[in-house]
Design a protein around this ligand. Structure first.
Ligand code: DX5
Ligand code: ZN
Length: 233
């Protein structure tokens, strides 16, 4: 029952921004399950990326769902724009919420907007306990394996145990990992219970994105097979 399909989500942060439509098509031809879209506000993280108008433009050409990662201090304020722009997964950071009630309000606000999959993310130095009270209300937990803000950073293996701890806490939704995931780190992620893998530089920077993605997917599938889990879907 905890076994979801392996999903690979190329992160368009690592794409060529001068030709976004063609880059999404390239990722789709390579076998992308989702497009991961990093939204940064210059407050929650020390970088600025894209907003809802660009997401809406991506949505017009994308053929796979948009996995939107909000690294912004006021997720609820901007959620209506991202919902309208076509976010399929909409993920906020637990660090932006002062307490449990605030976190629940964000989740419920996203739901009211019709978001199909509501996600919550935690930074490398944020404990799993912070998200524990809302695990029954979210569809996805996104564990950061680098400090958010920039692509191309080094994977932090010490966050892997969060996957096991979230499963031990009874979380049965999607477990996504983001930051430094590549052909060398993906097997350990899959072995720790993650099923959804954000990959920026490792895919967009590959000589052949399709080959690289297939190779990484195979490694993830194999690592799950050998870690003997249950059920499917
Ligand atoms: C980092 C972003 C990531 C980033 C991952 O703040 O959340 O999604 O694009 O890039 P890589 O895979 O290059 O670490
Ligand atoms: Zn991200």
């Amino acid at each position: 029952m905890h076994m979801h399909p392996v999903r690979i989500a190329p992160s368009m942060l690592a794409s060529d921004f001068s030709r976004l439509g063609a880059e999404l098509a390239r990722a789709e031809a390579a076998g992308a399950d989702w497009h991961h879209v990093d939204v940064m506000d210059g407050h929650f993280v020390p970088n600025l990326t894209i907003g809802a108008p660009v997401l809406a433009a991506l949505h017009r050409v994308a053929r796979v769902p948009l996995d939107v990662h909000l690294m912004i201090t006021e997720p609820l304020r901007y959620a209506p724009d991202f919902a309208k722009a076509g976010a399929h997964v909409l993920t906020f950071h637990i660090e932006t919420c002062a307490n449990e009630a605030a976190a629940r309000a964000v989740v419920r606000g996203f739901r009211k907007l019709g978001i199909e999959r509501v996600g919550v993310s935690l930074n490398p130095d944020t404990e799993v306990e912070r998200v524990a009270p809302i695990l029954d209300e979210v569809d996805l937990v996104l564990v950061m394996s680098v400090f958010p803000g920039f692509g191309g950073q080094k994977f932090m293996p010490q966050v892997l145990e969060k996957g096991q701890r979230l499963r031990a806490a009874g979380f049965a939704g999607l477990l996504e990992i983001d930051g430094g995931v590549n052909r060398d780190t993906i097997a350990a992620c899959a072995g720790a219970g993650f099923d959804s893998f954000v990959m920026g530089s490792a895919l967009y920077g590959a000589a052949d994105m399709g080959l690289e993605l297939a190779h990484c997917r195979a490694r993830a599938v194999e690592a799950r097979g050998t870690s003997s889990r249950h059920g499917s879907s």
